[in-house]
Write a protein that binds this ligand. Structure first.
Ligand SMILES: [Mg+2]
Length: 403
């Protein structure tokens, strides 16, 4: 039997804000969506006041006074999310991040390694995340992902459980008898309505059906659901990140243009995006392509093999400039640009830093600092002199061509 845990941070965005500003603790706090449109996270106090998820801010402000409304800070949330995931990696490499604040971890067999029960392992994980990182979590444990998710919901709702809950194999029958199908992970309104049509409301009624019927009603997922509900893992924890073969970033200009500096700056912008992703994935590129698309949709490309594989825009941009100079024609009007990184390889874990020249080392340090700042304060928090987001409305130098 597998032992799968779901670790889920409580009111995650609000908890991150409270971590940075403890005066927000034990207060009604809501975090807002992009442009402060609506509510995307609530503290327990805000939930108790009855503020709905997704509620528009202008209505909430009128109806719910004495609530602290905060603009979202995704850089901060990503940073804390990374810390939580790193903590989980200390326990097992078998971790599957499901969302910014949730991850499945496969604990199968770890009981022997840690010489304690599975319950004690999840209690320890919870304790470490809460004391060392500072955000509250709930953890559900069961023999399948679907039941782990259900256990986690119980851990969150039932205060007597202290934030962890294990559904044992022997408890499954009773739990399925008590649980309505719409409370199951992956069963939305439409699927629930489909089963209701056949008089099926409880999970215990799903597992009584034969596979042939379930397949007819809900396809392969019907059979998988039955297995998962019975505690037989049909969806294993998938931890392996599938690495891309190439990375590309392209976008259209806000206006058609022939402006040489503007186009070059847009390429530097894409180059940073590509390199940042390469670093994130631990990859480096051997081949770089520069692409320009003309107003009449002609695509012009030029590529080169780098002297050595790289993930640094500070090194790659000099080659980007060379490639650009080769294909740019001041008589042509362009609509978009792009950078492709190709022939990707994983960076050797034991690189011989000794043999890197000063320039490479400096470029590496700068890129690292840049990534850290972006992680903390969000993308586009600053840019270097020669890059320009082509999507942003901008004053183009020289002649403008409106679409
Ligand atoms: Mg959560």
């Amino acid at each position: 039997m597998a032992e799968i845990a779901l670790v889920d941070c409580n009111n995650f965005f609000v908890s991150c804000e409270q971590l940075m500003n403890p005066s927000l603790l034990n207060k009604a706090v809501c975090v807002l969506s992009n442009n402060d449109g609506c509510i995307i996270a609530r503290s327990n106090e805000a939930k108790e006041m009855g503020i709905p998820m997704g509620y528009p801010l202008f209505k909430a402000r009128k109806e719910f006074k004495n609530v602290i409304y905060i603009s979202r800070n995704f850089g901060l949330y990503h940073d804390i999310s990374n810390r939580v995931m790193q903590k989980l990696l200390n326990y097992t490499p078998d971790i599957e991040q499901y969302s910014i604040d949730e991850a499945f971890i496969d604990l199968t067999g770890l009981k022997k390694l840690y010489r304690c029960s599975y319950e004690q392992i999840i209690e320890k994980i919870k304790y470490e995340i809460e004391t060392e990182i500072g955000v509250p979590v709930s953890i559900g444990l069961a023999t399948s992902k679907t039941l782990a998710k259900l256990a986690c919901e119980k851990a969150k709702k039932d205060k007597f459980l202290n934030g962890t809950c294990r559904i044992r194999y022997s408890d499954i029958d009773e739990i399925l008898r008590k649980t309505y199908i719409e409370n199951i992970w992956g069963i939305g309104k439409n699927t629930a309505a489909l089963f209701h049509k056949y008089g099926i409301y409880k999970c215990s009624e799903i597992v009584k059906q034969n596979d042939f019927w379930l397949k007819k009603i809900w396809g392969k997922r019907g059979i998988e659901l039955k297995a998962e509900l019975l505690g037989q893992s049909a969806y294993p924890v998938v931890s392996k990140v599938v690495l891309p073969k190439s990375i590309q970033k392209t976008s259209a200009f806000s206006q058609f243009t022939s402006d040489k500096n503007y186009i070059k700056d847009s390429l530097h912008y894409h180059s940073h995006q590509v390199c940042s992703k390469l670093r994130n994935l631990g990859l480096q590129a051997e081949v770089i392509w520069v692409m320009l698309r003309t107003k009449d949709f002609r695509v012009i490309t030029e590529k080169m093999v780098l002297p050595e594989p790289s993930d640094s825009e500070f090194l790659i941009n000099q080659f980007v400039d060379r490639l650009f100079d080769k294909i740019y024609d001041s008589q042509i009007i362009y609509r978009s640009s792009g950078i492709f990184a190709d022939k990707l390889s994983e960076k050797a874990t034991a690189q011989l830093f000794l043999f890197e020249d000063e320039k490479t080392q400096k470029a590496k340090k700068l890129a690292e600092i840049w990534d850290n700042i972006e992680q903390k304060y969000g993308k586009k928090c600053f840019c270097i002199g020669t890059m320009k987001d082509p999507q942003e409305e901008s004053k183009l130098h020289g002649q403008n061509y409106f679409s």
